[in-house]
Design a protein around this ligand. Structure first.
Ligand code: CU
Length: 188
């Protein structure tokens, strides 16, 4: 998620810089054609200017939307046979990075590690005194029972990537259920 944001703002910055150069160049072309008069005045630069400006504005809008409205969705645990289960894909972070569970009921997090980087080979749940080594392309289950409501983090061995476990008294309907992205360990 963070990587994406950085990538987008990078792209937008580059486009804006290029756009600025284009406008400056277009102005130069116009000025020189006016003074020298040897060249026919071309209308195209104006269209380019408008296009670049509109493009820039659209990208600014997209960036604002990205930061303000694209909230990370929380995934509610699926309860079956008294265990709340959530599948988490480990790939450049944790997907989903926010999960919602009910207090007092056992939780099983199925971490499926797709990311080969060493950074993500360990997952720690300090509040529940749990740690697990995640094998690449395998699912590793971590189980615990959250007794108290609140927000608890889980993170990689170096605390560079983080996720949040939100423990509630009751799971209301407002929690968005994201489609399962890890199909292998879903229990019916
Ligand atoms: Cu790490």
């Amino acid at each position: 998620m963070l990587k994406n944001k950085q990538m987008w703002s990078g792209i937008i910055t580059i486009v804006l810089l290029l756009g600025g150069n284009n406008i400056a160049m277009a102005e130069k072309v116009e000025k020189s054609s006016e003074s020298v008069n040897q060249f026919r005045r071309i209308e195209q630069p104006k269209a380019v200017k408008i296009g670049v400006t509109l493009g820039g504005l659209a990208l600014i809008g997209a960036e604002l939307w990205w930061f303000l409205f694209s909230k990370t969705k929380a995934q509610k645990a699926k309860s079956s046979r008294g265990i709340q289960e959530v599948n988490i894909t480990v790939d450049g972070g944790y997907i989903p990075e926010r999960i919602v569970v009910k207090a007092g009921e056992p939780v099983r997090l199925n971490f499926f590690r797709k990311d080969p980087s060493n950074c993500l080979e360990k997952v720690l749940l300090p509040d529940f005194h749990k740690a697990a080594d995640l094998s690449l392309n395998e699912t590793t289950a971590v189980e615990f029972t959250p007794e108290k409501t609140g927000n608890y983090t889980f993170n990689c061995g170096m605390n560079m990537f983080r996720g949040v476990i939100e423990v509630r008294e009751e799971i209301e309907k407002d929690v968005v259920e994201v489609k399962e992205r890890v199909g292998s360990t879903t229990s019916s």
